[in-house]
Design a protein around this ligand. Structure first.
Ligand code: ADP
Ligand code: MG
Length: 423
């Protein structure tokens, strides 16, 4: 049967219960089923997983899904298994499995039951797995979070670098790479490293029209944030700080000011971290004060504000972190505090790194400075950084930033006046 004859909408309904594809999902799936390599650049929440889950479910053989985080894989496997009444449709293969569990996974794959096999790149290198995968029917390979391949991305993982060679050893099958990081540099890096220069590229707009972007000078930052949160009382929000110490201190300061806030960072014990995160998701707590450890894979649709106490290290990080507000399409306020002294601190920190890492870090930081200091539309600047043209007058969400609402000259005058009054 030609893939053109497949009624994908019916399959979508059958497995996922959705009545319509989002964005370009259907075209992406058709190309993949036609055995083309595809490269998907779509913002977080755009529906990337379905682009490989659905074709995997209706293809013969097993799709290998490479994903960087074991915790996220587990969630996805559970979700996929919930879509079908058959056993063993999705599995994870990694070192956390004991002998009999591993055997079960391999048996299910051999029997043709397993449609999606999630693996971390470091597991994929293992000879025993490689030999096994070479011998079974693979439908295609999906590389999720493909920006992990690139040092220009916000989450570089060296294990991703060798994927091309490994895939070639396993099978000659189509590859679908997916990411929510779309700077032209990262895109280029992914395509080169994966040998996907002839891939079909599907890029959706990264414009989040419902988000409001504001940068404030970092003056009286504690008070400013307390005031901002009090103006948004009862709403869900995240405050990002760079250091764990700052997270602890500031969560306390908010509590002292009567704000229902909790800290989150990788230095807290697992139990506290999970408890604090759950309280945020369950709305027992309004505000989470966190390092960047918080957020990956968290899908709370009604987060109303993200505040950056410290300016992030790159615009990708800024975009990812601010991207956690307004997922439901409702109001989303992104407020960041900027102090050139913070940039100097970050530069000092980078000075201790190896040369190549330092150079990349400094360039990324330069872009952050440019964004923080620009007097143009923040949205336009941000989208330009992602290789996207944006009309600052007519584009969707054009007025949704400080610079577009207050002509910069007036704004500067107000800031100057404030400085004078504070002296
Ligand atoms: P991404 O990986 O791009 O961040 P996900 O794959 O996690 O996004 O999907 C985000 C959300 O969108 C999920 O809750 C998913 O169920 C939902 N979703 C995906 N495709 C559709 C669709 N066609 N119709 C409705 N909801 C969808
Ligand atoms: Mg995803």
């Amino acid at each position: 049967m030609s893939t053109k004859d497949i009624n994908l909408s019916a399959e979508l309904k059958k497995y996922f219960g959705f009545s319509k594809f989002k964005g370009q999902q259907e075209q992406i799936i058709r190309e993949l089923l036609d055995r083309k390599d595809v490269f998907v650049l779509m913002p977080t929440g755009g529906g990337k997983s379905l682009c490989y889950q659905l074709p995997a479910l209706i293809s013969e053989g097993t799709a290998i899904v490479v994903s960087p985080l074991i915790a996220l894989m587990k969630n996805q496997v559970d979700a996929v298994n919930g879509l079908s009444s058959d056993e063993g449709v999705a599995h994870v293969l990694n070192s956390s499995l004991n002998k009999s569990q591993t055997k079960q996974v391999m048996d299910d794959i051999t029997a043709g039951k397993t449609k999606l096999l999630y693996v971390a790149p470091e597991s994929l290198i293992k000879e025993e797995y490689l030999d096994f995968l070479k011998a079974v029917k693979i439908s295609f390979v999906a590389i999720d979070e493909a920006h992990c391949i690139s040092e220009w991305g916000h989450d570089f993982r060296p294990e991703y670098r060798n994927l091309k060679g490994i895939i070639d050893r396993i099978a000659d099958v189509p590859v679908i790479a997916l990411t929510a990081t779309a700077t032209p540099k990262v895109q280029d890096d992914i395509q080169k490293t994966l040998g996907m220069n002839n891939a079909l590229v599907f890029k959706e707009s990264f414009n989040r029209a419902n988000l409001f972007y504001e940068i404030r000078p970092k003056v009286n930052v504690d008070k400013e944030i307390v005031r901002f949160i009090n103006l948004h009382k009862g709403k869900s929000g995240i405050v990002y700080c760079l250091s764990r110490r700052k997270v602890e201190e500031f969560a306390q300061l908010l509590q002292v000011n009567g704000i229902n806030a909790l800290p989150y960072h990788a230095g807290l014990d697992q139990k506290t971290r999970v408890a604090n995160q759950d309280k945020f998701l369950m709305e027992e707590v309004d505000v989470i004060v966190a390092t960047i450890a918080f957020g990956m894979g968290i899908d709370k649709p009604d987060v109303r504000f993200v505040i950056h106490y410290d300016i992030p290290k790159s615009l990708e990080s800024y975009y990812q972190e601010t991207g956690r507000v307004g997922r439901d399409g409702g109001e989303g306020y992104c407020l960041a505090f900027y102090d050139p002294k913070d940039i100097e601190k970050l530069e000092k920190f980078l000075a201790q790194k190896p040369v190549s890492e330092r150079e990349i870090g400094l360039q990324l930081l330069n872009e952050v400075v440019g964004y923080a200091e620009t007097s143009m539309s923040r949205r336009q600047y941000l989208l330009y950084y992602f290789g996207e043209k944006f009309d600052p007058v007519k584009g969707e969400g054009a007025m949704m930033c400080d610079n577009s609402q207050n002509p910069p000259k007036l704004k500067d005058a107000a800031a100057d006046l404030k400085k004078v009054l504070e002296m």
